[in-house]
Design a protein around this ligand. Structure first.
Ligand SMILES: Cc1cc2nc3c(=O)[nH]c(=O)nc-3n(C[C@H](O)[C@H](O)[C@H](O)COP(=O)(O)OP(=O)(O)OC[C@H]3O[C@@H](n4cnc5c(N)ncnc54)[C@H](O)[C@@H]3O)c2cc1C
Length: 545
């Protein structure tokens, strides 16, 4: 007998965890939530510094790699994605960052009704429980996602911020408020020294409270059940590759929340996509939809490293006996280095003073990684300034390699393909260099280690950027939302898949353009808004600003 639900959701990540909770809480509906990964029991998920461990752990991470490209000097770049309850919110860097007003006004201007900043601000507020300062016009106080401030005020962070102020960049007490520009400490989804994933904030409490969410872990969705142009359900492999095939049916809707890589892949595997591409992979075409998998964008950070003298950095704090001390401190108080997110300070600014709004995100960490890649810490005391362009123009794609649902798809973000992106990043690296060499930070940073003195001309800087840049983990856009007149749109502004009944996509893949931010907050907002649409509830009044 096939199990029947009102809604079947594929993927218990940021969006899936939030949406499942809202659908079950907001109606008497029965929800089935399929998650390819295991439950979120791995302790490194919950310890903030465990980020370094989950980044390379195949049990909770899909461990994708992107395809080589000119923009990365022919390198593949690791593309981690969460594979457990909470999805990427269970392995991410905890940063809470919404973006700029114009990001969402831009979505509305593209023809997506109801997605302007004033429309979506109530949803940002609804998801959030802000602990700390902030204007309540912008900030939420009663939501489920706890957003807290960093308690650990390090002299190196303070010196970095003083240096930025010396360069004319103001301190901004709340970059998630009226304006983003400026320098300050990041706000994080961490509470009392533990990660606040979407599973922890939304899914687990709602499952317990309603008893109407059937969460099936190790359930890898392999295809949609489509009949007469309608999505009837989902087929999944219980236990993953080689597992028993199971079907679940949805009387109301099937909702894809598999994320930017997997949602388009599942559509393609189900015969929905660009016909020639599907045929070349041995997949029968069910419904031609050219945009599926296209419009992939990501942030491409470049990390600069300074060598420090006369001050301890994170590098020494987590080595040898110091680490033992930090572990004991964390066990006793949930404080110390293990309670920190990977980056502590933000700096939102412009690559060119002539610009009206910021186009750069920079971050500062009082620690450094070998070769500037988030993997192993340096053996010397170091600090990192990373820089990336906020709104990349370069677009790439996700493409299933074959009809095999377990084969990793092609991921090609085409980093730095667009001339604007190159110009902006060049400005970003130059600004990062200036920030690394301010008199204030110079009290401690005695030498630029990366890129180092041999890199001087613009061409040398760009070669360095192509050779060392990585992902900021913000893949988005592969099932883009757009009006009917946009031939590459995959979903409409109600997130319904074009041409198929009873099927929506609700995750970071629907973003038409990149918000000027890390992408978790806006994915939560998307899921929150989608719940209203699916339950036919009236949208809240737009906020007047
Ligand atoms: C390492 C890392 C660091 C990051 N740092 C930050 C940060 O500090 N701040 C920030 O704002 N953003 C950050 N991000 C980005 C942010 O976390 C993501 O944009 C966001 O989580 C995307 O949510 P989603 O719901 O679209 O996808 P996900 O959260 O990735 O969820 C997709 C879920 O679907 C499941 N799934 C996929 N395919 C199938 C299938 N076939 N069957 C069943 N289940 C399936 C996956 O296992 C996963 O659980 C980071 C991301 C990563 C990976």
């Amino acid at each position: 007998m096939v199990d029947q639900f009102d809604y079947v959701i594929v993927g218990a990540g940021t969006a899936g965890s939030t949406l499942a909770a809202r659908l079950a809480e907001g109606s008497g509906a029965k929800v089935c939530l399929l998650e390819a990964g295991p439950p979120d029991w791995n302790p490194f998920i919950h310890i903030p510094a465990g980020f370094m461990k989950t980044l390379t752990n195949s049990r909770v991470n899909w461990l994708y790699d992107s395809e080589p490209s000119k923009g990365t000097s022919g390198r593949r770049v690791h593309a981690p994605r969460g594979k457990t309850l909470g999805g990427s919110s269970s392995i991410n860097g905890h940063i809470y960052n919404r973006g700029q007003r114009m990001d969402f006004d831009g979505w509305a201007q593209m023809g997506n009704r109801g997605w302007g900043y004033q429309d979506i601000l109530p949803y940002f507020r609804r998801t959030e429980r802000r602990i700390g300062n902030g204007d309540d016009t912008f900030r939420g106080r009663d939501g489920s996602l706890i957003v807290s401030d960093i308690e650990w005020h390090d002299p190196l962070c303070e010196a970095f911020m003083d240096g930025a102020v010396g360069l004319g960049i103001p301190r901004n007490p709340d970059y998630n408020g009226a304006t983003q520009e400026g320098v300050g400490y990041f706000q994080r989804a961490i509470h009392k020294g533990r990660r606040v994933s979407a599973a922890r904030a939304f899914l687990h409490p709602a499952k317990k409270a309603t008893g109407r969410i059937d969460v099936r872990t190790n359930a890898h969705a392999s295809g949609l059940i489509l009949e007469g142009g309608r999505a009837k359900g989902v087929r999944y492999a219980k236990g993953g590759r080689g597992g028993t095939e199971v079907e679940v049916h949805a009387s109301k809707e099937v909702i894809l929340c598999g994320g930017t890589v997997n949602s388009p892949q599942l559509l393609q595997l189900s015969g929905i996509g660009e016909p020639e591409m599907l045929k070349s992979r041995g997949i029968d075409v069910v419904h031609a939809l050219r945009g599926v998998g296209e419009n992939l964008r990501d942030h491409y950070p470049v990390r600069l490293v300074g060598k420090v003298e006369g001050m301890r950095t994170v590098n020494e704090r987590v080595r040898g006996l110091n680490l033992v001390g930090e572990v004991l401190k964390y066990a006793a108080t949930r404080k110390g280095v293990l309670a920190l997110s990977p980056t502590l300070v933000h700096c939102f600014w412009k690559s060119d003073e002539a610009l009206d709004k910021g186009d750069l995100q920079l971050t500062f960490t009082p620690g450094s990684y070998k070769e500037g890649v988030q993997a192993q810490l340096d053996d010397f005391p170091g600090v990192t300034v990373a820089a990336w362009q906020q709104r990349p123009e370069s677009t790439g794609y996700i493409r299933a390699r074959s009809a095999d649902p377990f084969e990793k798809p092609e991921i090609q973000p085409n980093y730095l393909a667009h001339e604007i992106d190159q110009r902006c990043l060049l400005g970003g690296v130059k600004l990062a260099r200036r920030l690394l060499s301010t008199p204030e930070l110079g009290t401690y940073v005695r030498q630029e280690h990366l890129p180092g003195p041999d890199v001087q001309t613009d061409d040398e800087v760009m070669d360095f950027a192509r050779g060392i840049g990585t992902t900021a983990f913000h893949l988005m856009g592969t099932c883009r939302m757009g009006p009917e007149t946009d031939p590459m749109s995959v979903v409409d502004d109600q997130l319904r898949v074009r041409g198929i009944q009873g099927l929506r996509v609700v995750d970071a893949s629907i973003m038409p353009t990149m918000p000027s931010a890390n992408t978790n907050a806006s994915t939560l907002m998307i899921a929150e808004k989608a719940a209203d649409m699916i339950l036919n509830r009236e949208a809240p009044e737009p906020v007047s600003l």
